[in-house]
Design a protein around this ligand. Structure first.
Ligand code: ADE
Ligand code: ZN
Length: 343
């Protein structure tokens, strides 16, 4: 091998299917936006508030930092900067990116401002950097079901071509997926693709609920699926892809050793997984780092890593011809990198 394996891993072309735009704000941007809108933060050392021991603490800080994102330009900036970071740090080519509409509409920001701003940033990033991005609106699980359903109706009313799916996040244990059947029904009727965070801090049976009751096509996290062999077997059989996140879950669920993280067992069991950064700046990571650390620490050989990368392409909600073109472009770029690094 010529050069360092971690830099090879960073340079691989990547698809990311599990990244919350609200968890990507650069600390310097938070401070600038707070100044712009005269908002007092607990500290100007934002890096210092990006620290938590539980998902609940994390969600509190997530709300605090997002109170600085207010006008259309702020949303555009947030979307642009995270795509720029993905390209620079991890050779990101395509992302399907979550946003939490009610985190913003609940503080009086119009849905049109949120969606138009995000779309402005996405289009500018594609124009300047060549990276592509679509949007997935996320149900915030601690919202009441009727708020979630209304959110889906509203995003459909303000629909932009970039909006392709519905997801669901926030704390899973207290609010199980069956609470949101109606929101998912409306989304499906409106032509959205469906995913959900599940078996992250909830039981394996939430996987079954998300597949059967909500109609999810792929799933986010899924670590507790391992507790039920029948659920694992079904997901393998059905080809359900799990969008997994090594660093964020290492922090809030206490799996600090990436060599024993449940993701390693999902891969060993033959489940389809692909790697993601979740809330990159808030967990002091980036998509390049997720590949570099998770794959290098586990001594994953290039063939296995290539499979993880290509699972991202396969699980993306692109049409067939677009996906075929991306598949060819990724294979060619990885072949070229293999030659460059003597792999
Ligand atoms: N919202 C943003 N990031 C999240 C995560 N990692 N888990 C659950 N909800 C989230
Ligand atoms: Zn997430």
């Amino acid at each position: 091998m010529v050069g360092d394996y971690r830099s090879y891993l960073r340079k691989l072309p990547k698809v990311e299917l599990h990244c919350h735009v609200e968890g990507t704000l650069r600390p310097a941007t938070v401070v600038e936006l707070a100044g712009k809108h005269s908002i007092r933060l607990p500290t100007t050392e934002v890096d210092q508030i990006y620290r938590y021991d539980t998902i609940y603490e994390f969600l509190e800080i997530y709300k605090t930092v997002n109170s600085t994102v207010i006008d259309r330009d702020d949303f555009a900036r947030m979307a642009y900067e995270t795509l720029e970071d993905g390209v620079r740090l991890g050779n990101l080519k395509y992302r399907e990116m979550f946003f939490n509409p009610t985190l913003h509409t609940a503080r009086g920001i119009p849905m049109a401002t949120v969606m138009d701003g995000l779309v402005d940033g996405i289009r500018a990033a594609e124009h300047d950097l060549g990276v592509r991005c679509a949007l997935i609106a996320d149900v915030y699980r601690q919202d009441p079901p009727e708020v979630a359903r209304r959110m889906v109706e509203e995003v459909l009313e303000h629909r932009r071509p970039e909006l392709i799916g519905l997801g669901m996040d926030a704390a899973e244990a207290p609010d199980p997926p069956e609470k949101f059947v109606e929101a998912y029904r409306v989304a499906k009727a409106g032509g959205l693709r469906l995913t959900s965070h599940c078996a992250e801090d909830g039981p394996a049976k939430n996987v079954t609920t998300c597949l059967d009751l909500l109609g999810c096509e792929r799933l986010d996290h899924g670590y507790h699926a391992l507790e039920d062999p029948a659920v694992v077997a079904r997901c393998i059989d059905q080809g359900v892809t799990f969008t997994v996140c090594p660093t964020s879950t290492a922090v809030v669920y206490g799996w600090p050793d990436l060599t024993t993280h449940p993701i390693t067992r999902m891969i060993e069991a033959g489940m389809s997984v692909m790697l993601n950064s979740d809330d990159p700046t808030m967990f002091h990571t980036d998509i390049g780092n997720e590949y570099a650390e998770f794959c290098a620490q586990n001594d994953y050989p290039p063939g296995l890593v290539r499979r993880l990368v290509m699972q991202g392409v396969e699980a993306a909600w692109l049409d067939d011809s677009d996906k075929a073109a991306m598949r060819r472009a990724f294979e060619a770029e990885i072949d070229e990198l293999d030659r460059e690094f003597g792999i």
